[in-house]
Design a protein around this ligand. Structure first.
Ligand code: GLA
Length: 381
């Protein structure tokens, strides 16, 4: 299976956690289509933890869907999602139990992969709770990677071991198509900002067939749902979505699609941000300015990224709690003054053309937790 750009979709966990059932999932699929999210690339509908009975079937040893939450079984759910032109994702774990204490796939990897294929599953998120300590993570992820390759169906392998055991160093070798690189996200500015900052130096280890996954987005949750921790302002959600888009991490939505606000819908369907995220070359974003944090990732974060068509994505993120002056020196991007080139900046949110700039773009002050993001086009001056 080829996964050439970061996967996009929606996952149950952030909003619903254990409160999932057939109608929650099918309604999410309906909403993805009603809202036009499928048209801009969101395609996976993923059921996270808590979908099965508490124990395996004693005779077949298979994992069985909870008969109250999913009275018609999983194939019916998969068929419904497929009938909407979408893809169906499920969840398991490399340990003896899942994180929420349902059966894990440890020592049942090949049987479970076959079961997921029978359900009509297209995506498997694979967690890391209750893993026997004597087992190395790489071996267990290779087991499931092999099982998925042998199961007779194309199933995207979404590893979720939170960056443990230096995931980035070996995860590509397991067949995983994306890998969670951090602990869980919560719905607060501090949570998503810390996650993004921690991964800025790691994006050289992300690319086609295996993407660094900074977790499901909390964008648009406004402190409702399972991962609520105070919530964010709309301005902060803009910053979160822009960071995820520019950094080229999978765009898995986590908000409630029934109650989504119009401005949130506009944000998550921003065509320029999605184009950056889905850029065919999948080049990593890099920090342009150090701003007094020579050994780390600064809170005044300027990220740039080379795009396939010759343009650049440039984002200015003020992650500080106070106003900050922001600028970008083109020298830092490899465009010295003597190159004879300047950059023309177009704001991805407003369409405003800042004109052709030479040597640097001085943006002035950004309010706390906000961002500005541009497409920069090189032109001879
Ligand atoms: C872990 C994962 C989360 C979620 C829960 C489910 O914490 O990191 O994304 O899947 O388990 O229990």
């Amino acid at each position: 299976m080829l996964v050439n750009t970061p996967p996009m979709g929606w996952n149950t966990w952030n909003t619903f956690a254990e409160n999932i059932n057939e109608s929650v999932i099918c309604r999410a699929a309906d909403r993805i289509v009603e809202l036009g999210l499928d048209k801009v690339g969101y395609q996976y509908v993923v059921i996270d933890d808590c979908w099965s009975e508490r124990e395996r079937d004693p005779k077949t040893h298979k994992i069985v869907p909870d008969h109250i939450k999913f009275p018609n079984g999983m194939k019916v759910v998969a068929d419904y999602i497929h009938s909407k032109g979408l893809k169906f994702g499920m969840y398991s774990c490399d340990g003896v139990r899942t994180c929420a204490n349902y059966p894990g796939s440890y020592d049942h990897e090949f049987l479970d992969a076959e079961t997921f294929a029978e359900f009509g599953c297209d995506f498997l998120k694979y967690d890391n709770c209750f893993k026997p300590e004597h087992f190395a993570g790489p071996v267990l992820y290779r087991r499931m990677g092999n099982a998925l390759r042998q199961c007779g169906r194309d199933i995207l392998f979404s590893a979720c071991n939170w960056g443990a055991e230096n995931t980035w160093a070996w995860i590509r070798s397991t067949g995983a198509h994306m890998y969670r690189s951090t602990g869980d996200i919560f719905d607060s500015f501090a949570s998503f900002a810390a996650i993004a900052k921690s991964q800025v130096p790691k994006f050289a280890f992300s690319g086609p067939q295996c993407f660094n996954d900074m977790d499901m987005l909390t964008v648009g949750m406004f402190n409702e749902g399972h991962v609520a921790r105070g919530g964010c302002t709309f301005e902060e959600y803009r910053t979160e979505f822009a960071l995820w888009a520019l950094m080229g991490t999978p765009l898995m939505l986590g908000c409630n699609l029934e109650t989504i606000k119009p401005e949130v819908l506009e944000l998550i369907t921003n065509r320029e941000l999605i184009a950056f995220n889905q850029d065919p070359e999948c080049r990593p974003a890099y920090p342009v300015q150090v701003f007094g944090a020579p050994d780390g990732v600064p809170d005044r974060l300027v990220l740039a990224r080379m795009l396939a068509d010759g343009d650049y994505a440039v984002g200015f993120f003020n992650l500080m709690d106070h106003e900050a002056n922001m600028h970008c020196l083109f020298e830092q991007m490899g465009f010295p003054v003597l190159s004879g080139y300047g950059l023309r900046f177009t704001d991805v949110f407003t369409g405003e053309d800042l004109g052709l700039k030479q040597e640097l773009l001085h943006l002035g002050k950004l309010v706390p937790h906000s961002c500005r993001v541009f497409r920069a086009h090189p032109e001879k001056v």
